[in-house]
Ligand binder design. Structure first.
Ligand SMILES: CC(C)(COP(=O)(O)OP(=O)(O)OC[C@H]1O[C@@H](n2cnc3c(N)ncnc32)[C@H](O)[C@@H]1OP(=O)(O)O)[C@@H](O)C(=O)NCCC(=O)NCCS
Length: 167
């Protein structure tokens, strides 16, 4: 990561200024400004923000529990898992870095933070799942060892047991 230091904390909608956040994606900007508070109140997502030294939000991500069908995983993965129809996962709903901070390691650091939270959680998850919004985002997750679901190339997962292990 760059020299800049960030504090990663749960979003406090009353304290953090979300109005200036700009990651170049209008839907991701709008979600942080307008919708995330409602999703947090209803326990549909938790949002974590990286706060820069000047108090600005440099990046954010959301986490929620989810499940995927065992049958949707690649055969070489599913054949090693228990035969329950559904597999518990943690869903990285959104991940976005402000334009001023992109390309400096913050996206990778926030992804690592999300994976650590999922691993530490008292709620069991076999993997982290993400729906990448486009090919660039898909490449970012592939770069971090995420694996595509067969037939759904923008949907990817990473078994939590593999975090921190060589690919
Ligand atoms: C995609 C995004 C989250 C990446 O964050 P970032 O801070 O710019 O990326 P980082 O600087 O942390 O990159 C970390 C690593 O990922 C790699 N990387 C970054 N973007 C990449 C991409 N599109 N494809 C492949 N690798 C990528 C970097 O080279 C770096 O590799 P290294 O650790 O081996 O040196 C950020 O650019 C962003 O918010 N984009 C707009 C919103 C978006 O597309 N969100 C995706 C959610 S669906």
């Amino acid at each position: 990561m760059s020299q800049a230091s960030f504090k990663t904390v749960q979003l406090d909608t009353a304290q953090h200024d979300r109005s200036k956040f700009d990651c170049s994606s209008a839907p991701l900007n709008r979600y942080l400004r307008e919708q995330v508070g409602q999703d947090m109140r209803r326990s549909f997502a938790r949002c974590f923000v990286a706060v820069a030294a000047d108090g600005c939000i440099a990046g954010y991500y959301t986490l929620a529990s989810a499940s995927v069908l065992l049958a949707d995983l690649p055969d070489d993965v599913s054949k090693k898992l228990p035969l329950y129809p559904e597999v518990p996962t943690a869903r990285l709903g959104r991940l976005a870095i402000d334009r001023a901070y992109q390309g400096q390691g913050l996206g990778g650091a926030l992804l690592a933070d999300a994976l650590e939270r999922a691993i530490r959680s008292e709620v069991a998850s076999y993997a982290m799942v993400v729906d990448a919004k486009d090919e660039t985002a898909t490449e970012f997750y592939r770069h971090h060892s995420f694996i595509e679901f067969p037939g759904s190339p923008r949907r990817l997962f990473l078994p939590l047991a593999k975090v921190g292990k060589p690919a």
